[in-house]
Design a binder for this molecule. Structure first.
Ligand SMILES: Cc1cc2nc3c(=O)[nH]c(=O)nc-3n(C[C@H](O)[C@H](O)[C@H](O)COP(=O)(O)OP(=O)(O)OC[C@H]3O[C@@H](n4cnc5c(N)ncnc54)[C@H](O)[C@@H]3O)c2cc1C
Length: 417
């Protein structure tokens, strides 16, 4: 990902310090591969337990998926709640949203407690339809969420600032600044005794008491390992065939202040579009993403960005926005709609398949992995277990979604006016 254009989060802030590469052999209780959001949230959570922790990162911190995100923190995940109910039943579907709610609370409390200034802001997520048919599906989604007791409003706000055919609002979600969160967590972890190494690629992991070999020539002997490298390294083991890479495109623009209420927005197209609006003094910043497609299908990025620019024109009006930058990144989509977090085999943990919800799943990884390492049962363990076998209903639901975005909106929408 290093050669891709920089995102606003990477441009906006440079870390005050860098961490050195691994310069000698090391023995720790827990080794974490990857200093992205998942690795650092988990390192922070483990730093409360008295266990010794080392985080090994191939690149510089921030040059990873977390640096390319749009940094929504929401429990309205990429699989619809109504679909989750059909795929997993009511209790587990509700548990998915509840775990996400706990995750956002974890993020808020951690940033506050550690005095990490990362532009974290509670705000609402507005989910909107483009057609009457989409609005009917949205209504079902909103009623399911309301029946579960989540904070949803279905009253139609008269003017959202853009055209739409119906919407609901999910309250008490959040947004933040991706690299401020990352660098803040890294600094805090280091202060709490976590050893962090950049420019240290893990090349091999072997043994039940995991031995990690690195490209620096030094190794780490651990009791536990968490592979939080976004896409798991080495042999895929139990995660094989349960995830795939999708490309997503993002553009940033300035729009007139107050044109659209500050917050998070999501449409119900397949592939969906998502945008956030941030107050920025004399203008508002709009960051829009979408046009996802399978990464191994060579859709020209130019087409995807063309379609995204048109979407922005429709949203705020041609000439009513000023282009700032664009970037793209990979999402890892799980075959049954839920991430793969937990034990792959004794003492080996993994966290992957976060879709567009890493800010929710990274804290979930932290809480789950801490429980597993401490030998405690956790109510979310089976739900997110990488060893679960997707059933036919789950595969069929997600297969339907993924077939619609195989080639992405860029091909479908390019010829639409
Ligand atoms: C365009 C886009 C928009 C998104 N929008 C959102 C959003 O709005 N909200 C949301 O919640 N999520 C969003 N996501 C998803 C979210 O960004 C990711 O799920 C999350 O950042 C993943 O964090 P991570 O720690 O798993 O991975 P990463 O941030 O990629 O970190 C993995 C780390 O592992 C390291 N690594 C890799 N291999 C090795 C190795 N062999 N040895 C050592 N280290 C290694 C890498 O250097 C990297 O630093 C978006 C993603 C994209 C691409």
């Amino acid at each position: 990902m290093q050669s891709l254009p920089e995102s606003t989060w990477q441009d906006d802030i440079r870390p005050l310090e860098r961490f050195s590469k691994l310069g000698s052999d090391l023995k720790v209780d827990v080794a974490i591969v990857g200093a992205g959001l998942a690795g650092l949230c988990t390192a922070y959570e483990l730093s409360k337990t008295g266990l010794s922790v080392a985080v090994l990162n191939k690149t510089n911190i921030g040059d990873s998926a977390t640096g390319y995100t749009t940094a929504f923190a929401t429990y309205d995940i990429d699989t619809n709640l109504a679909d989750l109910v059909a795929m997993y039943g009511k209790a587990r579907a509700k548990m998915v949203w509840e775990s996400g709610r706990t995750a956002i609370d974890w993020l808020e409390e951690t940033l506050k407690h550690e005095e990490i200034e990362a532009e974290f802001m509670r705000c609402s997520l507005t989910v909107f339809a483009h057609s009457a048919k989409e609005a009917r599906a949205l209504d079902k989604e909103a009623k399911t969420a309301m029946a579960f007791g989540f904070p949803i409003s279905i009253e139609q706000v008269p003017n959202l600032g853009f055209a739409q055919a119906g919407h609901f609002t999910l309250h008490h979600q959040a947004k933040c600044h991706a690299t401020k969160v990352l660098f803040g967590l890294a600094r805090t972890c280091a202060k709490r005794g976590v050893k962090i190494y950049e420019d240290t690629e893990v090349t091999k992991i072997s043994g039940r008491s995991p031995l990690l070999e690195t490209a620096t020539g030094h190794s780490v002997q651990a009791k536990w390992v968490l592979v939080a490298s976004y896409y798991p390294i080495g042999r895929q083991g139990v995660t094989a065939f349960k995830k795939a890479r999708y490309e997503s495109y993002v553009l940033e623009a300035k729009i007139p202040s107050g044109r659209i209420r500050e917050g998070l927005y999501l449409d119900t197209s397949t592939p969906y579009h998502y945008f956030r609006v941030d107050r920025r003094g004399d203008h508002d910043r709009l960051i829009l993403g979408g046009e996802d497609h399978r990464a191994d299908i060579p859709v020209p990025a130019k087409n995807a960005f063309t379609v995204l620019h048109r979407y922005l024109d429709r949203l705020v009006g041609p000439g009513k926005h000023e282009f700032v930058r664009q970037w793209q990144g990979h999402m890892i989509e799980p075959s049954d709609g839920l991430p793969l977090i937990g034990l792959t085999k004794p003492n080996h943990l993994v966290a992957t398949g976060f879709s567009g919800n890493g800010f929710t799943y990274a804290p979930i990884t932290a809480m789950l992995c801490r429980s597993i390492i401490q030998g405690e049962k956790h109510p979310w363990q089976a739900l997110y277990s990488p060893r679960r076998i997707p059933n036919l209903i789950q595969m069929a639901y997600k297969g339907r979604d993924y077939s619609k975005i195989l080639l992405g909106g860029a091909l479908k929408n390019l010829f639409k006016k």
